[in-house]
Design a binder for this molecule. Structure first.
Ligand SMILES: [Zn+2]
Ligand SMILES: [Zn+2]
Length: 340
């Protein structure tokens, strides 16, 4: 057991700091790992997070999303109650952080969501050595192995060559995934205008304001059939929406870690599934657990039991947290905007 953390109905609680981490209900003091809506909720008293996470919360919820907001840079240590708190890059989305809690010579890391694959739109995951590691397990089954982003984007560009008269409509969540898809398309050398559904504009503009270059972008606006042969990004729900019909017979593309599962791709109406995830795959979950050196592993957020079992086989103490209120990025209501 970690001395530093307990589980409450609101989520993970650090009594020595009198603060919750990513609470699912309003609390007096919250430390927020990143801007996805199941982690970052409005209505807390005080919030501690990276500047970028605070900015993203303000974009989504308005400037008054909490009582008082405090930002801290990656690696800076702050005293919160009796605990030294510092945030470290999680490689998940812009501003995302792991939370390191240090007290009494013990180190506990709450990963939030993380990935190890490279991503041109956020700081890379930083390994933090600790005694207790709280890991997500969104893709915590051995079947989940994410191929390199480059090879997935190559499928999209190959399809554009094959079907030059069809709009390629790419479903991608508004925070993180859409921007990573844009950056990876540019990295592959595609330099034409890319068109954005209105729901993706604000956060993409925020990424640009943080110095991330996506090349020429334009809002879809009222356009439809004149965008044949072009790439259009939209939230996943729009792929099967009336809105998509304006493009005539578009190729429906979906970018998500779940696209490994054929049934999910079909359910999404994705003709061209791209396996592109902002979470660690099975190999990276296992590797990260070993690399942290932690002997206590708390597993949350996804396929908890399989990863707990793997930890035990590998000599770690592990427990599933069974917390409610976090979604796996696709199925829950309102997850339209979220990551996977
Ligand atoms: Zn997330
Ligand atoms: Zn999450």
């Amino acid at each position: 057991m970690s001395d530093l953390l307990t589980i409450t109905p609101e989520g993970l609680f650090c009594a020595a700091a009198d603060a919750h981490i990513d609470p699912v209900r309003p609390v007096a003091k919250a430390i927020i790992t990143h801007g996805h809506a199941d982690h970052a909720r409005a209505g807390h008293g005080a919030v501690l997070a990276t500047r970028q996470t605070l900015d993203i919360m303000a974009i989504r919820y308005g400037e008054n999303f909490c009582g008082t907001a405090q930002d801290t840079g990656y690696g800076d240590t702050l005293k919160v109650g009796a605990v030294d708190v510092s945030l470290h890059p999680a490689g998940h989305v812009l501003g995302s952080a792991q939370v390191l809690l240090e007290a009494g010579g013990k180190r506990t890391v709450v990963s939030g969501d993380y990935k190890r694959q490279s991503d041109p739109t956020c700081a890379p995951f930083e390994l933090v050595i600790c005694d207790t590691f709280v890991t997500e397990a969104t893709f915590g089954l051995p079947v989940f192995r994410h191929p390199p982003a480059r090879s997935e984007i190559a499928k999209l560009l190959a399809s554009l060559d094959l079907f030059p008269d069809q709009t390629h409509l790419v479903g991608a969540y508004a925070l993180g995934k859409a921007q990573r898809v844009l950056a990876e398309i540019r990295a592959a050398g595609y330099d034409k205008i890319i068109y954005l559904h209105g729901a993706l504009e604000k956060l993409t503009a925020y990424y640009q304001s943080q110095g991330i270059d996506f090349g020429p972008l334009e809002p879809v606006g009222k356009r439809g059939k004149e965008l044949q042969g072009e790439i259009v990004l939209c939230p996943p729900g729009q792929l099967s929406d009336r809105w998509a019909r304006r493009f005539g017979d578009p190729v429906a593309v979906m970018a998500s870690g779940w696209m490994r599962v054929r049934a999910r791709a079909r359910q999404r109406g994705a003709e061209l599934p791209l396996i592109l995830s902002d979470h660690a795959d099975w190999d990276d979950l296992c590797r990260t657990i070993l690399e942290t050196g932690a002997d206590q592993i708390w597993v949350t957020h996804g396929a908890e039991e399989a990863l707990v079992h793997w930890c035990e086989l590998n000599g770690r103490n592990a427990r599933p947290l069974n917390m409610i209120g976090y979604d796996d990025g696709e199925d829950a209501d309102g997850a339209q905007l979220e990551g996977a």
